[in-house]
Design a protein around this ligand. Structure first.
Ligand code: SF4
Length: 392
């Protein structure tokens, strides 16, 4: 403990030296008292300045040469009773996705092994359900067996199973789950325009149940749904003012699916993705920021911009649930070109998921985890701030 304190003091001293040298060392503490206006000002900055700050916050909290590789498998595809307007798995829409039954444990474990052999350190399993209560105890037990089996392979295990109650979250934790994904998707204000079969508070309650069970929280959203910049700011503000920041924040760009109400929606420019990633990185500096759906449509250069802006996690594998994803060989070339490598799994994260500190398994936690909420906003570049967040 004493050694940790000494190390922390040395790092803070070095950080202050960095500041004197004109860098921004130590400017990005973990805060949970962000105001909406502060988030808006960060988000609205000159894009180059914003990305520079995102890159700096990234370097203060993580090794920028490491990018976490996660593989996402759909363990139960299609036939979902929810009406998420972007989703090809909703039974409300006529899409090419056919409803399937829950996979068998052995088949899932075979996929997990394949992912591990390809360099993934986190294996995520998604089921197209309203929630775990939609299925009977036998099917839920099968999911628990999958979790245990994947964990025994030495992988971090994540699941996204829709709404879970406190007991289900506890059972998942006991089975060996590392993290639970449950995205807010968008702002509270825009949410009813995207989903009507459950509400924002249902989402937040599941996040609380997951957190109370001691699981890491993976929670982010999707841009390109027709939301305004203000909605994006509002969603980040909600995430950043949760009792603890999510350990992972996926930033998805809409992948347009034929047959859904959002069919025909124009794709976003990469700059929107960079702006969102950098803002998430600055506002939640010790969280993993995951470049998620939509990556397949980005060129290697555009992906590099996203990494520079602060993304340090990706999904690998041919598919993200049912949507196409970047080819694993292309990712290998990209990693070699950029000089980045896969981040090893960190199981210590579970020890911190419910400690009230709010974040990370990383050394950054020692640096920032117990910091008191900063009294001052850190951004001094207000001359760059463009108040361009007016609703579209
Ligand atoms: S996003 Fe999830 S909850 Fe929504 S329709 Fe698709 S599978 Fe169902």
């Amino acid at each position: 403990m004493r050694i940790v304190r000494v190390e922390r003091t040395i790092r803070r001293f070095m950080s202050s030296l960095n500041g004197m040298n004109g860098s921004h060392g130590g400017r990005f503490p973990v805060r949970r008292d962000w105001t909406l206006d502060e988030v808006r000002r960060v988000y609205s900055q000159n894009l180059l300045e914003l990305m520079y700050q995102g890159a700096t916050a990234h370097r203060e909290n993580f090794n920028p040469q490491e990018v976490q590789k996660c593989t996402l498998l759909s363990i139960k595809t299609g036939g979902c009773p929810e009406d998420c307007k972007y989703c090809s798995q909703s039974s409300k829409y006529k899409t090419s996705v056919k409803a399937e039954v829950l996979m068998q444990v052995d088949d899932v474990l075979a996929q997990a092994k394949k992912a591990k052999d390809a360099g993934s350190t986190r294996f995520c399993m998604g089921a197209a359900w309203r929630g775990a209560s939609q299925v009977g105890p036998r099917q839920f037990q099968r999911v628990l067996d999958m979790v245990t089996g994947v964990r025994e392979m030495g992988l971090e295990v994540c699941a996204t199973l829709g709404l879970v109650n406190a007991e289900q979250a506890r059972m998942l934790k006991e089975a060996g789950l590392t993290a639970y994904n449950h995205n807010l998707d968008t702002s509270r204000e825009f949410y009813p325009k995207v989903i009507t079969t459950r509400n924002y508070d249902d989402r937040l309650q599941t996040l609380q149940n997951v957190r109370d069970a001691g699981l890491s929280v993976c929670c982010g959203g999707i841009i390109g749904l027709g939301e305004s910049h203000q909605d994006r700011v509002s969603m980040i503000h909600t995430l950043a003012t949760l009792p603890n920041h999510p350990e992972s924040v996926p930033v998805n760009a809409l992948v347009v699916n034929e047959g859904t109400p959002l069919e025909g929606t124009k794709p976003l420019p990469v700059w929107d993705l960079c702006r969102m990633i950098a803002t998430a990185r600055i506002i939640m500096p010790a969280s993993m920021v995951r470049l998620s759906a939509g990556r397949v449509s980005l060129s290697p250069s555009e992906q590099a911009l996203c990494f520079f802006a602060g993304a340090n996690s990706i999904f690998t594998g041919d598919k993200l649930l049912t949507t196409p994803n970047s080819d694993m060989d292309e990712d290998k070339v990209l990693f070699e070109t950029l000089g980045i490598r896969g981040k090893p799994p960190v199981f210590a994260e579970e020890e911190h998921a419910n400690d009230g500190v709010g974040t990370q398994p990383f050394s950054a936690e020692e640096e920032h985890g117990n910091d008191k909420v900063a009294a001052q906003p850190f951004f001094a570049e207000e001359e760059y701030v463009k108040q361009n967040v007016a609703a579209r």
